[in-house]
Design a protein. Sequence first.
Length: 271
Amino acid sequence: MSPAKPLYRRVFDSPSFAVAFAVLLIAAAGWNAALRAMKVVLAKADVPLKRSLEEVPESFGLRFVLARELDSPQGEVRKGKEKMPKDVEETLGTSDYITWYFRDTFRSTNDVPVLVRMHVAYYTGLLDAVPHVPDICYLAGGFQAKGTVDVKWRLPDLPEAWRAWREAPIRRSDFVRTPRTGGKQEVTVFYVFSVNGVPACDRLTVRKMLADPWKKYCYYAKIELSVNLPPGIMPADEQAKVCEAFLAAAAPALFSHFPSAQDIDQLEAGR
């Protein structure tokens, strides 16, 4: 009596399996060849920052200057620079970020300092990222949405490589929360993304741009702004003017840390 055949021999001796295996092998080879022929990219390559975000200037003109020592119960804010707790940083999904507070020297008084909170986070090499946006994060923090609108801000002093930003789309989101201790807390947040150097203010648009099958290199950076003030001190529309002036002043220096659309095109051409 002949010894039993090993399992793999019995499987491959089956004509139907052999035919199915051959068909799948040919299909896989053909699929890969088709992807190469169409220059489709399934894995995205990293695009590093030009310079660390920690090297962003601590003042933008005479008007916006990094705040001095700020009060914080957790001791997390020092000289206007806030460091997130480790668990929050892990949720954020990147270590390339800064959260800084700038004093508006034109609008501040000795009694009421007007502070602009600037949060910038940089992501790269991601295929199907889900960008963090205030519209989701603030709701998770117990706020209710009052409304969202897309506006245009003028950033006139940008170099030619960033000309698409000279009239930038910005998303404005308004939130309200009533703490158990009483009173009402209202927050207005403005944000925009740089996706491979191109502005976008909708996270679905960001995902669509990142998933472009003919792009090998991709990054996105979120810029989020808000004004930190006690309730009722400054209307939301006035806060919008402060934040627009801030981004107009900060953008030339801030964008010098990001790769421009031209930089990405050069990377793509050299692949």
